[in-house]
Design a protein around this ligand. Sequence first.
Ligand code: PMP
Length: 443
Amino acid sequence: LTPNVLDSVPARGSDELLRLRARHLNPTLSVSYREPLKIVRGEGAWLFDADGRAYLDMVNNVCHVGHCHPRVVAAGQRQMALLNTNTRYLHDNLVEYALRLTATLPPALSVVFLTNSGSEANDLALRLVQAHVCARGTVVVDHAYHGNLSSLIDLSPYKFNGKGGPGKPSHVEVAPMPDTYRGPCRDAAAAGAHYARGVAGAVARLAGRDLRTGVFLCESLLGCGGQIVLPDGYLAAAYAAVRASGGLCLADEVQVGFGRAGEHFWAFQRQGVVPDILTLGKPIANGHPMGAVVTTPEIAASFVSGMEYFNTYGGNPVSCAIALAVLDVIADEQLQQQAASVGEFLQAGLRTLQQDYEPIGDVRGCGLFLGVEIVKDRAARTPDSAVARTIVEAMKQRQILLSTDGPDDNVLKIKPPLVFSRDNAAEFLHKLAEVLARLPAAA
Ligand code: PMP
């Protein structure tokens, strides 16, 4: 950069700087709102813009322990001042983290690989699958998202067709989303077995093309699919079908692990199963880039004989120090329990609003992973993404940050940091009622 160019950089926080974004940054970068927010600081469940306005952050699936938690910041700073380097050296933080993480998991999941993101974790998991079962056939759930690497866009129906992604590759089969609100089976008691037959069907379609199933990837709670909780019995039956064909089962908890599900620390535990491979990311280090694969010694051992796995930063001392502090804070502040109780309060409040306001077609979720379906009319369940967007914008005016997801982009997704309190929940419900009462304009 010449001094002239530097001279022309507009002041930090200025509108001009935002405008220049269009010229110099990834043009697809999402800004979520009609008028982008310039967030400069975070604390607990709150974000602050350049003018000091506070926004309640209800779409944060990264900072479980709250923005800039002092213990997490201190742990990172302390380690940064001591040593931060690549992972060629065995560091106590790395070993301690592997021990502490696996202590939260079923005994079979005892070997940890650390990466820099959720996508890298899923990509590494695919390599483990190839090394262990050497079968390319892959079953994924409709509308799933598993990451931004080339290997994963191919496995993310969310990105197939119409969203700038590739079409479905021939080694991938898509099982229907187990959606008891819109799907063909809406009976909670029968849904697990019904939708698991969809996974068995995908395995059979691959076999029909002489493709053995190597892996079934499934988020333990469906995020992009529209905040969907898997029906009881779904994973047990789906895993049985996949394993019968010699394939492995991967639980993607990049978005939902570490207590978000409330009652259980890991969301797959709701289903009474143990995956062969678990992938983690986002909240693992509260926003610091990090991901992980946890698997069995047998699967991990398939790597040792031919290939080495190494990445420069995965498991570096600073990431591990931060991730250790995250585990400490979740335990000491009882954030899993808080997610369960505040989530229950929030869900009950949303159901009360549903009685009064026609656009709320469905309220679902567990812990602090909730979804609200916005519909044109309840009987037909017609998705209404325009009203969902109006609600998001009107809530932003009231300094509450929400967002939408789902195949029709009409599901309000609610996933605040786990430090989100009952008072925060009450404030949200009060403001949402105000917005719903003013629809369709809602300004
Ligand atoms: N899997 C799931 C379920 C995700 O939600 C995401 C991120 N949205 C990823 C994988 C990819 O993680 P990352 O963005 O850290 O690469």
